[in-house]
Design a binder for this molecule. Structure first.
Ligand code: 5AD
Ligand code: SF4
Length: 367
């Protein structure tokens, strides 16, 4: 599909028959290329300390109302043990961007410790957990160190593949000051991850202010051009305590050229747009891993299941300690804040069962 085709489908009205056909086709493509199983990765939110200041994110460093935390080694290892015993196959270690030496070596130590975990009850199958990292931009040396320690996937979202849009939602650019953002550096980091050997994932936010259908169509082309292995993308959700969340669309005089396409979108419209993105991506890249992200669940209780039926094949049940879970708030309305790892698991299983979705237990789910 070309960029024009993507845009055509993204613009289809939510109730159109053609759109229903698109979702069906995407699901079929997934069955044929990857099978029907859903792969699970236990999500560990290791720290909400972040040196970056993304204009949309609730844990940006300027948000002084956040109580900052960092899980200790034992907490992380216990959570990984839960994932192994639960049959999740993999964990994702996600956190704010930190490049201090202490943090870097802690991650290396934890990767090594997680790789040698054994099931608590000694049962089979005996395998080591897959480890995905989502810890922002790091130097080549650090990426290498973590890869050699045993991490094999890395998620680094481009957030918006259009440079102008990227620059609108991130604080000013600088090549030298690592706290600030550079689109080129982000792109470079994704390429670096690929060259080191990581299964590399990226993604975007959908429904951003200023974003246009064309931008999203180009995001889909970007994933393909970059030959990305995995994609995690979801709706943009405002967080009240961020500059972007405070943006009052009505009071802003967008000139016609800058006007985003998604102003006055309802939750349903936004979820549908995210589902269209998932379906088009599955058709365009049949074999990659596509996540049904938590953000989809915010817009509808069954958003995650709808994403799976539109082509997603990965879910990331949260296994972070309840004591800190509510402090890892990227956006308002994060679901499951009072669920511990056990109830997150049973809720997920109950929900997917209703849709006849089965889990690829004890599998890493790489292609
Ligand atoms: N809405 C949706 N997604 C967000 N993220 C951060 N803030 C928001 C928000 N307000 C996403 C970014 C980041 C990932 C960890 O969370 O895409 O890469
Ligand atoms: Fe930090 Fe990531 Fe939030 Fe940006 S999106 S402020 S890098 S946690």
């Amino acid at each position: 599909m070309k960029v024009e085709d993507f845009e055509y489908y993204l613009r289809l009205p939510d109730d159109s028959l053609e759109l229903k056909e698109l979702f069906k086709k995407a699901y079929k493509v997934k069955l044929l290329s990857r099978g029907g199983l859903l792969y699970l990765r236990g999500l560990i939110e290791i720290t909400n300390i972040c040196k970056k200041n993304c204009l949309y994110c609730g844990i940006r460093c300027d948000n002084r109302e956040v109580v900052r935390y960092e899980l200790d080694d034992n907490q992380v290892i216990n959570e990984a043990q839960f994932a192994l015993d639960a049959g999740y196959g993999s964990v994702v270690i996600q956190g704010g961007e930190r490049t201090d030496e202490q943090f870097v070596s802690k991650i290396t130590r934890l990767i090594k410790a997680i790789k040698v975990l054994k099931r608590s009850d000694g049962s089979l199958p005996n395998y080591s957990l897959g480890i995905t990292l989502s810890l922002g931009e790091q130097s080549q040396q650090v990426y290498k160190e973590w890869f050699e320690a045993g991490a094999h996937r890395y998620l680094l979202r481009i957030e918006a593949s259009n440079k102008d849009l990227y620059e609108k939602i991130h604080p000013s650019m600088s090549e030298d000051d690592k706290r600030l953002h550079s689109y080129e550096r982000r792109l470079q980091a994704i390429k670096l991850l690929k060259s080191i050997g990581y299964k590399t994932g990226t993604g975007v936010m959908i429904g951003l202010p200023w974003q246009k259908y064309r931008d999203l169509a180009e995001d889909l082309c970007f994933f393909k051009d970059m030959e990305i292995d995995m994609v995690g993308m979801g709706p943009y959700l405002p967080h009240k305590k961020t500059p972007l969340g405070k943006l009052n669309y009505d009071s802003i005089q967008f000139d016609a050229k800058n006007r985003g396409d998604f102003i006055n979108f309802t939750d349903e419209n936004r979820l549908n747009l995210a589902l269209k993105m998932v379906a088009l991506l599955r058709i365009s890249m049949p074999h990659i891993n596509i996540a049904a992200t938590t953000a989809m669940q915010v817009l509808s209780p069954n958003g995650r299941e709808q994403a799976i039926l539109s082509g997603a094949n990965v879910a990331m049940p949260n296994i972070t300690d309840l004591s800190v879970k509510s402090e890892y708030n990227l956006y308002d309305g994060k679901p499951g804040l009072s669920d511990d790892a056990y109830s997150a698991k049973s809720t997920l299983l109950k929900n997917i069962k209703e849709y006849g979705i089965e889990v690829g237990w004890n599998q890493k789910g790489d292609f």
